[in-house]
Design a binder for this molecule. Structure first.
Ligand code: GDP
Length: 138
């Protein structure tokens, strides 16, 4: 099924200057970059984006991390794009992510894990609309 998913290259990966390498991996995995922009998330915007996690003990840290530097937000499109992207990202905890996955290669720990990817169709729809208007998606 042709799907769209939201990707965020997080502040740790932007700072490591691996945006190009991560976008290359999306394209090599058959995911088309349908929209992309650099942003510096305000703490308020990061808090709204991650509102689903507001009861979790790491919420404040996560909001601080995600607003600590620029990010690249992108819409990826392709067959089973949501699952495919999660596959190449690897598991949340970078220390447990296999080499060859984006998190395994560029993440540091469970928080600084290089990339975000939507976890399901409803989330993807909400997350894409959070950052992009339909006219910005090619
Ligand atoms: P994801 O779907 O793989 O991104 O994982 P989650 O939805 O569970 O968590 C969202 C984000 O919160 C993760 O990508 C991490 O950046 C961060 N995070 C998750 N678990 C922890 C944790 O135990 N501690 C901290 N500090 N951050 C976490």
């Amino acid at each position: 099924m042709l799907e769209r998913t939201l990707s965020i290259i997080k502040p740790d990966a932007v700072q490591k200057r691996v945006i190009g390498e991560i976008l290359r991996r999306f394209e090599a995995a058959g995911l088309r970059i349908a929209a992309a922009k650099m942003l510096r998330l305000s703490p308020d915007t990061a808090a709204r984006f991650y509102a689903v996690h507001r009861e979790r003990p790491f919420y404040q840290d996560l909001v601080r991390f995600m607003s600590s530097g620029p990010v690249l937000v992108a819409v990826l499109e392709g067959e089973n794009a949501i699952a495919r992207n999660r596959e190449i990202m690897g598991p949340t905890d970078s220390t447990k992510a296999p080499k060859g996955t984006i998190r395994g290669d560029f993440g540091t720990d469970v928080e600084k894990n290089a990339v975000h990817g939507s976890d399901g169709p409803d989330t993807a729809k909400w997350e894409i609309a959070f950052f992009f208007s339909e006219s910005e998606i090619c």
